[in-house]
Write a protein that binds this ligand. Structure first.
Ligand code: GLA
Length: 396
């Protein structure tokens, strides 16, 4: 991890110098991606989640300008965007400038930035792999601008601003988990978050001889945003139903098992199953946070595997490739549990594996997955995790 982080720092500063002539006085900041250990499709139902940051993310090298020109280059896309701060035009929703410049524009309208700047952006996250590259881009932009302009903004306000940018500039109605994890997640910890109150707790991740392994299915999440919005609508339909029966119900978080058992049957079958997932998933997050806290990784692993079954059968956001990876991982001795992570329809699987079994796990994943789907999975073993913020340039 450290080597990759150091490489990123050097290459982003070099990239800045080659794009803008020199790197005198440049500042660098980053925000990591996240993997969700438990609790998917619970955040926008006011429920619980248990994500943690990873050791990869989005980096920005940035320098203030005297005038109001904004020049931002993406190393990965080999593109440069230039405009005057006061003449912003919305970029194509979902394009890299939409996330980045959406944050700039929101800070400008709040009068928190008062001049232009030059910036270069790069990263070592797989884009679109379900590891929150977009949240990391929003948060990295916000923390780097805060660093050079010195404005006051709490971490939670920054999370909300980043989520707002995702809704209004990228047209994705995401919940709050990703931005929260990327901004607030701490090294050595997972983050237990109550998505209603936004109360959170850092849960130490002490794995002993075990490791968190993330496996990308390499399946493009092309259907993900439309299906995501459909799932949100189905959850809302269920909320409307239960609210007529119990006035206190404002979100699926408020639907008790008793209320669900008594009246869930009145819902269309697919909607009933969505609710079943959310109720059981919230309980699993509570259980898993307690298991992680007490170092009971076996129980944590069981919750992860149960969560996968629920996402596959009840919430129906998995896909054959992810199901296969989960089954394969669970068939290897020394793997405690596995699940898809994030929004679904592709993206990544996460599992907890004994360090001595990782060689076998990697071989089996590569051979069998390739044989079945003709795709080479991207596999990485988490060696630590990073947290968002400015980086001192002698930090290598
Ligand atoms: C995406 C969204 C999150 C969350 C997950 C599913 O990552 O951005 O807000 O809803 O899907 O848990």
């Amino acid at each position: 991890m450290a080597a990759d982080h150091a490489t990123m720092l050097k290459s982003i500063v070099d990239g800045f110098a080659s794009t803008f002539g020199d790197a005198a006085g440049v500042a660098v900041a980053m925000a990591p991606g996240r993997v969700n250990l438990l609790g998917d499709h619970t955040d926008y139902n006011d429920g619980y989640v248990l994500p943690m940051t990873i050791d990869r993310g989005v980096y920005l090298a940035i320098r203030k300008r005297e005038d109001r020109a904004v020049r931002v280059a993406s190393i990965r896309y080999g593109e440069l965007v230039e405009y005057e701060l006061d003449e912003f035009e919305k970029p194509e929703p979902g394009s890299w400038p939409s996330y980045l410049l959406g944050v700039v524009e929101e800070l400008r309208t709040r009068e928190l930035i008062d001049s232009g700047f030059d910036a270069v952006v790069d990263g070592n996250l797989n884009l679109g792999a379900g590891l929150s590259s977009s949240a990391a881009l929003e948060v990295a932009t916000a923390v780097s601008l805060q660093h050079i302009f010195g404005f006051e903004m709490s971490a939670v306000e920054m999370v909300k601003l980043s989520q707002y940018v995702e809704h209004t500039y990228a047209n994705v109605l995401c919940g709050i988990m990703d931005q929260f994890a990327c901004r607030v997640g701490q090294q050595g910890h997972a983050l237990f978050l109550d998505c209603r109150s936004l109360d959170y707790r850092n849960v130490p991740v002490e794995l002993g001889d075990y490791r968190i392994v993330i496996v990308s299915s390499e399946v493009r999440r092309s259907l993900a945003s439309s299906a995501y919005n459909t799932r949100r609508a189905e959850c809302q339909q269920a909320v409307d139903h239960f609210a007529t029966l119990a006035p206190g119900v404002q979100a699926l978080r408020d639907v008790s098992a008793e209320l669900f058992n008594a009246h869930g049957g009145d819902l269309p079958e697919n909607v009933r199953r969505r609710v079943a997932h959310v109720i059981s998933e919230n309980q699993r997050v509570l259980d898993a946070a307690a298991s992680l806290q007490s170092g009971d990784l076996e129980s944590m692993g069981r919750s992860m595997t149960e969560s996968h079954a629920s996402l596959r059968d009840d919430f129906e956001v998995s896909c054959p490739e992810l199901d296969f990876l989960v089954e394969l991982a669970n068939s290897v001795a020394g793997v405690l549990g596995a699940r898809m992570t994030g929004g679904g329809f592709g993206g990544c699987m996460v599992c907890i594996a004994h360090q001595n079994t990782i060689g076998t796990l990697v071989d089996s994943l590569c051979e069998d997955y390739e044989a079945r789907f003709g795709l080479t999975p991207g596999i990485f073993v988490l060696e630590g995790n990073l947290e968002a913020g400015p980086i001192a340039l002698d930090e290598t």
